[in-house]
Design a protein around this ligand. Structure first.
Ligand code: BGC
Length: 961
């Protein structure tokens, strides 16, 4: 940035003045009362959450304007919280009346009212005042409820089958393993114990005021009331380190309970608790399943409050009935589910079903879990897909759903009693049109259904598959499209990003990124949804984190997962490579550079994007312990010891097999890679200390960073700025983490350009540094090369996969190469988000939306579209925690026009592609007459500071492209 030469045309105060003085200017529109509206209220990042366990929940809202107004800010707010909606008035609010608080804070406002107790329902409203002291109407009523806050609140008992049943089957199961191939022997897959069915009939008196159900399980549970599934959660209670904490879910049954007899029914599955999970695949001494335990258990507590104040409790206890010969014969995340419809007792979930012949449940007094309320949006079915093609292949049928997804199929079928239908799932077809399943390894993804002879409907909800295609066998005739549909499943945060541009292949890329994100959000951010891994790999997650936050509101999801990371921190302070981590983080899968560093990087992103200081506070000691361990093990400032598995810049060019593509120059030396990440984590930690006003730590870790920086340069950078290994990734990494003295940056950048040339301007970076290279190319004046890489159709490139029909992001650039075929099946996922991190560049550069370090949580926005390549228009938006930011630009010849929306209570720096403010019009007025502007002569751009509102810009003469 040494060439940066900024001329101030006007002082900022002139900008203020122009708001008042400029005759007929856009800012002088009269502001009517109630133009502003408070909406999208959230509590702990969730919409009306039930059963939370944060004692002082944080509230947030967004402000919209119903007509064109500018520079609107929140000057003050007032919140009312009450025990009922009719008490939501200033005089009656019985939990909290914040009164008018002078503050522009609209997120993470901490509840500061009466102490809250277990089960308490809290209704709330909020209003704000704008800069002119005009007050808005109250927001719509929102609510949250408290969960069971004390261990003693749980009166229910853990119930299930006899314990020895599962032990026996586990032993049998091990015998089915083919040790040579490390996969189960398919045809003798364990046939039990089947999922137990449980039920309890109970009586409800008239006049229920409120009924709340708290549920959790060891394994998966589904629970129903009077024949209907309760809630839309899937795979509950989701994945945590069950030895540390177990999530429970809360459901409101007030409107669904009936007067008289009611019945709760439940069925249990293996889930992550009992079933196969990724980490065990490499460990011969580890169990193939049952890592956390071998017994499926249910706990449920229904609390009924009557209008007259009387209370009743319906709990899991020894009065529940159980049928162990369930219709779910087996179910496992990796293997699939077997359902025998002959064993579905008619009406077993309904009132009036005779369960006298069922057995007594086993009450397990040995279970003791740390129960915690669910923090993240539940896993739900988010989409349905009908077949786009069905083909016959011998006696089997191949169905194409047109989208690679995570989930399962729902199938309606009528056939001969006792006949078996098998559905196998895969992401790709082999060249002969058959289902390709080699890349699934031990996760065979097979569902089997035994028909009842009547109209059957099958939906296997205790497993999940990564697939676009299914192969159906056992049918006597071609299935119709109406018989089967695919149900797509994921943790379900709100989608916050939209994107479209003039290159349709980039639009497909954007869609592929979104789908890859969805498919890998099954309670934790997994690497892939299909093969026998499906783990929360931290390196992939940190690389994709910013992109994921543009795409969706990830605040609640990562709040939960960052706790999973803390749970997996080892005694000496290492962060894990995977979270949850079920395999002794003290001795394995820990502290790998760039993977473990996610434990610092992702909390920092939470701060940048959502302004979440509380999370930084909670995680502070963990981050410090992490860094201190590396410092202790590496007193000479280079990260050489305690580097775990050292994955390095994973899947760089050296792993690519293709004619004419060198596989010797991709790999960055691992010590360079490790030390760069150490430096970055220390720098971030120093910044975090400063944010939390811990000046001493901020100083100390800044000094530590300086020492690492010096040693990094001494050890790995020569006088001509060549970095050891001389690879694209080394330069991208060092420049991106700011590890080079200013005098060497341009030279190092030139070396990066040479390394690119060596690959004929193609990528040789691994997934950790690819996005860094894209950003550095743009930042340092070679946006043309960045666009070249993005739009390239040659191998390896993003569009190469799209040209072969990809609907999600591939793990490897060369997952499939025409003529050569598939890559190594032991590691070849077609749904991995890591190299999809380029979506972040698309938001930041192509569209132009950027957060600002100065004011986190998008209180300050940098709007900076940098068109290039073949792109002639782009539009998109981001519903940030501060509200909707939208951009719509077009380039016609040398003219550039753009519509921009900046949300209320935020400000933006808008950077436009011309160094001549006189050639820029804003809302039809010449910029030079309206505003202060700064010109950057190096880039040929003009920047202006703006408040909220909708703006149109026209640039007559584009300067830099
Ligand atoms: C995963 C990666 C992960 C890696 C560690 C792989 O098997 O799929 O995405 O980060 O292991 O190098």
């Amino acid at each position: 940035m040494k060439l940066l030469f900024v001329i101030r045309l006007f002082v900022f105060s002139l900008f203020q003045l122009s708001l008042v003085c400029y005759s007929g200017n856009i800012f002088s529109l009269p502001i009517k009362k109630n133009v502003l509206k408070v909406e999208q209220t959230k509590c702990e990042y969730l919409i009306n959450p039930l059963g939370i366990d944060v004692m002082a929940p944080r509230l947030g809202w967004k402000i919209s304007a119903s007509q064109q107004v500018f520079n609107q800010k929140q000057k003050a707010y007032q919140i009312l919280v009450a025990t009922s909606t009719d008490k939501l008035t200033e005089s009656a609010a019985d939990l909290w009346n914040s009164r008018k608080i002078l503050s522009d804070q609209h997120a993470q406002v901490v509840y500061n009212g009466k102490a809250l107790v277990s089960g308490q329902k809290c209704y709330w409203i909020v209003r704000i005042w704008n800069s002119d002291d005009q007050v808005t109407a109250w927001s719509e009523v929102a609510f949250w409820s408290m969960g069971l806050l004390n261990k003693s609140d749980w009166k229910a008992k853990w119930i299930g089958d006899q314990p020895d049943l599962a032990q026996k089957v586990y032993a049998d199961y091990l015998n089915t393993f083919d040790p040579a191939k490390n996969i189960p022997v398919v045809n003798s897959r364990p046939v039990g114990p089947p999922s137990p069915m449980l039920r309890k009939t109970f009586n409800v008196k008239p006049a229920v005021k409120e009924a709340v159900l708290y549920v959790s399980a060891l394994g998966y549970y589904e629970i129903g009331l009077n024949g209907k599934k309760i809630g839309d959660h899937q795979l509950a209670p989701e994945w945590t380190d069950y030895d540390k904490r177990l999530q429970y879910q809360t459901y409101d049954l007030t409107k669904t309970l009936k007067e008289g007899d009611n019945v709760l029914s439940s069925v249990l599955g293996d889930g992550w608790y009992l079933g196969m999970i990724g980490p065990t695949k490499w460990l011969s001494e580890y169990p193939r399943r049952g890592v956390y335990g071998n017994d499926r258990r249910l706990i449920a507590q229904l609390m009924i409050t009557y209008e007259n104040g009387e209370q009743a409790l319906i709990c899991t206890d020894d009065s529940w009935r159980i049928n162990s010969q369930g219709f779910i014969i087996s179910a496992d995340n990796f293997l699939g589910q077997q359902i025998d419809a002959q064993y579905i007792p008619q009406g077993w979930k309904d009132i009036g079903f005779d369960d006298q012949h069922w057995g007594n449940v086993f009450v397990d007094f040995g279970v003791s879990k740390n129960m915690e309320a669910q923090k993240n949006e539940p896993v739900r079915i988010n989409n349905y897909f009908s077949p786009i093609d069905i083909k016959q292949l011998g006696d089997k049928y191949i169905v194409d759903f047109g989208q690679n997804l995570t989930g399962w199929t729902r199938m309606k079928v009528k056939g001969k009693k006792g006949d078996t239908i098998m559905i196998r799932h895969g992401e790709m077809l082999d060249d002969d049109g058959s289902l390709y399943t080699k890349n699934l390894a031990a996760a065979i993804q097979e569902d089997r259904y035994v028909l009842s002879g009547n109209n059957d409907e099958f939906e296997p909800t205790f497993t999940y598959h990564g697939f676009r295609f299914v192969e159906i066998s056992g049918l006597n005739s071609m299935p119709t499209a109406e018989m089967i549909k695919a149900c797509a499943l994921s943790s379900d945060p709100e989608v916050t990003g939209t994107f479209a541009c003039s290159n349709p292949k980039l639009n497909q890329l954007w869609s592929n990124i979104i789908w890859t994100q969805r498919n890998n959000m099954t309670s934790v951010p997994t690497d892939c949804p299909q093969r026998d891994e499906r783990m929360g790999w931290m390196g992939d997650a940190q690389v994709f984190c910013q992109n994921s936050m543009f795409n969706m509101d990830m605040a609640a999801f990562y709040s939960k997962w960052i706790k999973d990371i803390r749970d997996a921190q080892s005694a000496r302070g290492t962060f894990p490579d995977i979270a949850p981590h079920a395999n002794k983080p003290d001795i394995r899968f820990s502290n790998a550079p760039a993977w473990a560093d996610a434990g610092v990087i992702i909390p920092w992103r939470m701060y940048e994007n959502y302004g979440d200081k509380e999370l930084l506070r909670q995680h502070y000691t963990s981050m410090k312990r992490y860094i201190e361990n590396i410092r202790t093990q590496n007193p000479k400032f280079l990260w050489l010891n305690d580097v775990g598995n050292q994955y390095g810049d994973w899947l760089n060019a050296n792993t690519i097999i293709a004619d004419g593509y060198s596989n010797t120059r991709g790999e960055i030396p691992r010590e360079v890679f490790a030390t760069a990440f150490y430096a970055n984590s220390v720098k971030l930690f120093s910044k975090i200390a400063a944010v939390l006003e811990n000046e001493k730590d901020a100083r100390e870790y800044r000094q530590l960073f300086d020492s690492i920086y010096t040693k990094f340069n001494d050890a790995y950078v020569d006088d001509s700025a060549r970095i050891k290994g001389n690879t694209q990734s080394a330069y991208a990494l060092a420049l991106h983490f700011d590890l080079l003295p200013e005098a060497k940056q341009d030279l190092a950048f030139q070396h990066l350009i040479e390394c690119l040339k060596e690959y004929d301007n193609r990528i040789s970076t691994g997934f950790v540094t690819t996005l860094m290279m894209m950003k550095e190319l743009t930042k340092r004046g070679r946006n043309d090369l960045a666009y070249g890489l993005l739009e390239s159709e040659r191998f390896p490139s993003w569009i190469y996969s799209i040209n072969q029909g990809a609907t999600t992001i591939w793990e490897r650039w060369d997952g499939y190469v025409k003529g050569r075929g598939f890559q190594d099946p032991s590691m070849n996922s077609f749904c991995h988000y890591s190299i999809g991190s380029v979506g972040e560049w698309m938001y930041r550069v192509l569209l132009g939306i950027n957060p600002s370090d100065q004011e986190p949580g998008f209180k300050k926005i940098i709007i900076h579209p940098q068109p290039g390549g073949t792109i002639t228009w782009a539009k998109g938006s981001y519903n940030s925690i501060s509200g909707i930011i939208s951009i719509d630009w077009e380039k016609t010849g040398s003219m550039f026009s753009m519509d921009v929306e900046i949300p209320v209570n935020a400000t933006a720096t808008v950077i436009l592609p011309s160094a001549n403010p006189a050639a820029i019009r804003m809302n039809s007025k010449k910029l030079s007459t309206l505003l202060s502007a700064s010109i950057d002569k190096r880039t040929g751009e003009t920047s202006i500071e703006l408040g909220s509102g909708k703006y149109n810009f026209v640039v007559d003469e584009i300067a830099f492209f």
